[in-house]
Design a protein around this ligand. Structure first.
Ligand code: UGA
Length: 443
């Protein structure tokens, strides 16, 4: 099958590479010529396990190609995936200008039947807006060509995107057209071992499914933040509570790990966008607003714990920071709890000495050179000469630690663990002051 993908960001590139990998002919289009040149040379702009080799193999096999030429891109595929960015507007709603520009491009260049597939996370009603834009553009050309628009939201997790694409829980397609259903079934046939994985539904339901899924997951995390904060004040261990509630299959063990708050490009943005959508239809989405504000508060708890440990005086202190990315296996720092912490520390006059296995370049890009940010090559150097250690991301390499050694390195024996990696008893027995999340110690 011939498939065009607009946008070579995270979603577009993973979709393009995975569809090429099962034998489709895929052309990825981007307006950024520099990015396309790098991709043609086999260079991947993002860190995602397995993606680089998959792109390179499929380019070599002639199934995956890149272009900046919109006419060529539109002519290529019957399926035209839109996978461009939808950055949040000032009011939290998703900005559709890139999506609608692609719709216009398709309307301008198409000369036979196309299925336009909305892959980007877009508000409910976007498929209708895309349809209107294509119709309007065709009319301006004096054409009345046949086309369809469907919604096919992505459910990729950064760091596990290829696995999620190839073995995801479901493939959602919002369309009522049998012709589109047939084409989308053909597109995803290599991935559908169980027929029920491919779900057809009305387009607005598909669009809302994407937001509802992320909002539900974010709600679980904010809920656990509340329970953790309560546990601290009540002298209970939230890790025991987590095991206790997770054993009920109606609750389940997934996504109930308390920590220093969720980050990334999806949950914060999507929860806000859904709340905004609700406001647009005059509905006050109280739960969504609370999920967001609980998370904002949770991201500040690491700083609060440090401030408590240092009696409110962090000026001139050096804080070792392990983990900058919003979660392991990515270099993404969008809305990362590490950023809330670093910015608060700088505000209080402290220095940060940080290490992350993948996100150092990104951190430098975000904050530039500054005296109060030292980026070091490994976790050992990060604690050298530091006053205290904070763990923000649960990278595998942080999960073992010689506590006696650590105690010797730190001027104050303070460890703030935003991911509950260790057993408090063991850390405390080594003479360290251990502040985890929801594990008994009250602020
Ligand atoms: C999320 C969803 O999990 C994907 O299904 C969805 O497709 C994607 O958003 C998207 O909309 O594109 P992602 O943002 O990559 O994926 O990351 P997650 O692995 O879901 O983690 C999100 C945040 O929640 C991280 O900061 C993580 O540390 C935090 N988290 C997760 C917790 O604090 N506790 C948990 O139990 C689980």
């Amino acid at each position: 099958m011939k498939i065009t993908i607009f946008g070579t960001g995270y979603v577009g590139l993973v979709t393009g590479a995975c569809l090429a990998d099962v034998g489709h002919d895929v052309l990825c289009m981007d307006i950024d010529a520099g990015k396309i040149a790098r991709l043609e040379a086999g260079e991947i702009p993002i860190f995602e396990p397995g993606l680089e080799s998959m792109v390179q193999a499929n380019v070599a096999a002639g199934r995956l190609a890149f272009t900046t030429d919109p006419a060529k891109a539109v002519a290529f595929g019957t399926l035209q995936f839109i996978a461009v960015g939808t950055p949040p507007d000032e009011d939290g709603s998703a900005d559709l200008k890139y999506v609608l520009t692609v719709a216009e491009t398709i309307g301008r260049h198409m000369d036979d039947y196309k299925v336009i597939v909305d892959k980007s996370t877009v508000p409910v009603g976007t498929a209708d807006r895309v349809r209107d834009m294509v119709t309007k553009t065709l009319q301006a050309r004096g054409e009345a060509l046949d086309f369809d628009v469907c919604s096919n939201p992505e459910f990729l997790k950064e760091g596990a995107a290829i696995e999620d694409f190839t073995h995801g829980a479901r493939i959602i397609v919002g369309t009522e057209s049998e012709r589109v259903q047939g084409l989308m079934r053909e597109c995803y046939a290599p991935y559908i071992r169980r027929q029920e994985k491919l779900m057809f539904m009305e387009v607005r339901a598909a669009e809302l499914t994407k937001y509802a899924a992320n909002a539900m997951l974010a709600t679980k995390i904010s809920f656990m933040s509340e329970i953790a904060n309560l546990a601290e004040r009540l002298g209970a261990d939230v890790e025991q509570v987590r095991r206790g509630i997770g054993s009920d299959p109606r609750i389940g063990y997934q996504f109930i790990y308390p920590g220093c708050g969720y980050g990334g490009s999806c949950f914060p943005k999507d929860v806000q966008a859904l709340a905004r959508t609700a406001a647009d239809v005059d509905y006050r989405a109280e739960l969504l607003t609370a999920v967001e504000s609980v998370n904002q508060r949770q991201k500040q708890t690491l700083f609060a714990k440090l401030a408590q440990a240092f009696d409110g005086d962090l000026a001139g202190k050096t804080i070792a920071l392990w983990g900058l990315a919003f979660k392991p296996n990515t270099d993404d720092m969008r809305d990362a709890p590490s950023r809330t912490l670093m910015e608060a520390l700088w505000g209080a006059g402290a220095r940060v000495q940080a290490y992350d296995p993948e996100a150092m370049k990104e951190c430098r890009r975000l904050y530039g050179e500054r005296d109060d940010l030292v980026l070091v090559g490994d976790r050992i150097q990060a604690v050298k000469g530091a006053d205290a250690l904070v763990i923000c991301t649960e990278w595998k390499e942080f999960r073992t630690l010689d506590f006696a050694w650590l105690k010797q390195q730190l001027a104050m024996p303070v460890v703030v663990d935003g991911r509950n990696l260790f057993e408090p008893e063991i850390v405390k027995n080594a003479g360290l002051l251990y502040y985890a999340v929801g594990r008994g110690e009250s602020l």
